[in-house]
Design a protein around this ligand. Structure first.
Ligand code: TXA
Ligand code: MG
Length: 333
């Protein structure tokens, strides 16, 4: 596969509510081109999920390894059923409870979904996003859209159009700007192909919420190095900023004592008196607010030239599991 040149396109960025913007997006997608657009979780990089040529452009623009499958986005249960070979009652119950929303369901794939989407696998992840811009584009297209997060491979997912410009500018024709994403971290991914539903990637729809609908749900263990990956999103190092991120365990005050002028801090509490405010990023105390601002803050730390990012220990509890997962991966620990 040839690497997409950084300057192959002069990327257009349009407010999603500009006249004609949604129509232009749908037209490009129908022609097999890529469009970046907001979902309620993070920005996605969309292509016609039925077209192997269009989907190949996603892998090229992101520099994504061919072994990492994509999530197929749909605007209804009806469209989801066209993408899968079976729609078990668990899927029906979960769609009823959580769609449109940040939950991706892994099911046996239908023949209509080309192998490149699923990285050659027999399963496909489907999700019905809850963002009006994405829904409107799906409705105009009338076909499912494969869409990973709109970042270069292994980098932090974008939660604002500017993050997409930074990473994919020049590599894609169009970005729809719908403002900041509401949730801020990627969807929960749940595998429904085995005997017990299995959580592959935690998200803001928590294990407890899934169990309330389904009963028992297993949690996928991070694979040992030699094992084939069930979900490449389980790769340990992922979602990384350029700076070295440290999720502090134990004494936060002691960790701060080791900091120098290239150290930035992400915390839920105010900076100690002597700390320069431009290197102290205070995030909301509640998990939802913290998630909404986290990736934007990581992008900002990179822009400000952070060498190290210290993150204050996170609270315990179901609501923080997905955030701990992302930060642990970003730390590569
Ligand atoms: O919130 C989201 O899910 C965002 C927005 C754009 O919808 N998308 C997203 O896509 O995060 P991506 O490609 O960055 O992450 C998809 C994750 C990866 O960890 C991938 O390995 C996993 O889902 N995945 C996709 N298809 C799968 C499959 N058939 N079986 C197991 N894991 C799958
Ligand atoms: Mg991603």
């Amino acid at each position: 596969m040839t690497e997409a040149s950084e300057h192959a396109f002069s990327t257009e960025v349009h407010p999603a509510d500009a006249p004609g913007a949604l129509g232009q997006a749908a037209e490009l997608l129908a022609q097999g081109q890529l469009v970046a657009l907001p979902t309620e979780t993070v920005y996605g990089l969309a292509a016609d999920a039925r077209s192997p040529e269009a989907v190949a452009r996603i892998f090229e623009a992101k520099g994504r390894p061919a072994g990492n499958p994509l999530i197929v986005h749909v605007d209804s249960v009806e469209m989801a059923k066209d993408c899968v070979a079976a729609w078990p009652s668990a899927a029906a119950q979960l769609a009823e409870a959580f769609w449109p929303g940040p939950l991706s369901l892994v099911l046996p794939k239908a023949d209509s979904i080309p192998d490149i989407v699923t990285a050659g696998g027999a399963t496909v992840a489907v999700r019905c996003p809850a963002h009006p811009v994405f829904s409107a584009v799906l409705a105009k297209c009338g076909f499912p859209l494969a869409a990973p997060s709109a970042n270069r491979s292994n980098r932090v997912s974008p939660t604002r159009a500017e993050h997409v410009v930074d990473q994919l500018g020049g590599r894609i024709p169009l970005i729809l700007d719908g403002g900041a994403c509401d949730l801020g971290i990627e969807s929960t991914v749940l595998d429904l192909t085995g005997d017990t539903p299995t959580l592959l990637r935690p998200g803001m729809i928590s294990l407890g919420q899934l169990q309330a609908v389904l009963g028992p749900v297993a949690t996928a263990k991070p694979p040992a190095a030699a094992e084939p990956l069930k979900s490449p999103g389980q790769l340990q190092r992922h979602y990384s900023p350029r700076a070295k991120l440290i999720l502090v365990k134990g004494d936060f005050g002691a960790a701060l004592g080791q900091a120098d002028e290239t150290t930035h801090v992400i915390a839920r509490t105010a900076a100690p008196a002597a700390w320069p405010s431009e290197r102290w990023h205070r995030l909301p105390d509640a998990a939802a607010g913290f998630a909404r601002e986290l990736y934007d803050t990581l992008h900002r730390c990179d822009q400000l030239g952070a060498v190290t990012i210290l993150v204050q220990p996170l609270p315990d509890g179901d609501k923080w599991v997905a955030l701990r997962d992302r930060l642990t991966r970003a730390a590569g620990a």
